[in-house]
Design a protein around this ligand. Sequence first.
Ligand code: NAD
Length: 440
Amino acid sequence: MTPAPRRGEILYRVGQLLQERKEQLSQLLTREMGKVIAEARGDVQEAIDMAFYMGGEGRRMLGYTAPVEMPNKFGMAVREPVGVCAIITPWNFPLAVPSWKIFPALVAGNTLVYKPSPETPILGIEFVKVFEDAGLPAGVINVITAPGIEVGQALVRHPKVKAISFTGSTKTGTTIAAEAGKLNKKVSLEMGGKNAITVLDDANFDLAVNAILWSAFGTTGQRCTACSRLIVQKGIAPKLKEALVERTLKLKLGDGLLPTTDVGPLINKVAQSKVHDYVGIGQKEGARLLVGGKIYSDYGKGFFYEPTLFDNVTPSMRIAQEEIFGPVLSIIEVGSLEEAVQVNNESAYGLSSSIFTENVSAAFTAMRDLASGIVYVNHGTTGAEIQFPFGGVRGTGNGHREAGQAALEVFTEWKSIYIDYSGRLQRAQIDTDSILGSTS
Ligand code: NAD
């Protein structure tokens, strides 16, 4: 097998090629799934960052030694590859998300079959071409473009596939986990979110407004970390709502390739209908539409939806509980930090939570009590960096994390090795004077 440092060098070359092709891939990304070009560049950049970070693991991939309880004996734990991994990804981050899986899988010495979303097959193929051009031996990475049900299921069930790394909806993820569980396979799931920003009365107002708009309407609300609940303390609520309405109305919808566009289209007609259905559900539940709530057809083509704000939302409403995956933000008013934390945590999902406050005690309380895999202070719900673990609790994940050192746990098995150079039978936890096995 190619030694890990050599594998790491191939990843560095992939990183360099991605840098060279960044603009070309970003343009393709916007054309294929619609996010605005600045965000598409961010998507590619995340893959570049991951290439160099995981390339470094080729010379690290740390195991450990620890003292052993008997003389003349040595113990160590090392990481080994799992085998063939299935990589199943969504369309909303067509380069970043696969890079979180493919780079750690490869540096750890696995081979893999990659199934991109049927919405973004061209980027899936272009990404794999970069590995080919970087000199990855044939057969190490394989790509297959197809609808999920047929090919995804076949991958999950295939006896040679030892581990499955999935990102997508909670419905699909839990189906995969049930199937894989019966076959005793390793499964890592990154699934849906219903992320919230809390704004306390003492928040930095302008910062909070900018962060809310970016988190709620960036990528047209189609990020797993997008903010879809705004939990706001009563004192600041009227001023905040007014500012959000004013700024939301100024957002420019259109072609993501134009630098003046703020919000691109939704991925497809089904997504557009789903968002519109939820707007109807919110109104029936008694929420008040502040702005938006309509299919936007001025642009002519593409599945656009007006950025939408709902007021008078209560925590148990469906629009406050279910993942809409579009530009819809529900505003929930609370009286205190304690109430905000409670509302934040009463969710079937647990990916990203954020709080805006200038009070250090409130910030530390929130860091401790917000129950999600990621917590931001004075920053929106999106913007994770690849060197830290990424993932969530409850319906968002199944205990694994991507990125950072944590990513290696999915793609490696631990092997513990004991070397006894005493020349005698030494038995751990057992008195060595016993007759059985005694050398005297
Ligand atoms: P999806 O679940 O419909 O599809 C995800 C992938 O699974 C696709 O490649 C699809 O073809 C495949 N698939 C579908 N059915 C399958 C089956 N039965 N067996 C195996 N594979 C199957 O999700 P989507 O619409 O592509 O993506 C949007 C979802 O992804 C949202 O819920 C979003 O929150 C989530 N997401 C989560 C994260 C995260 O890190 N937590 C990141 C990005 C997106």
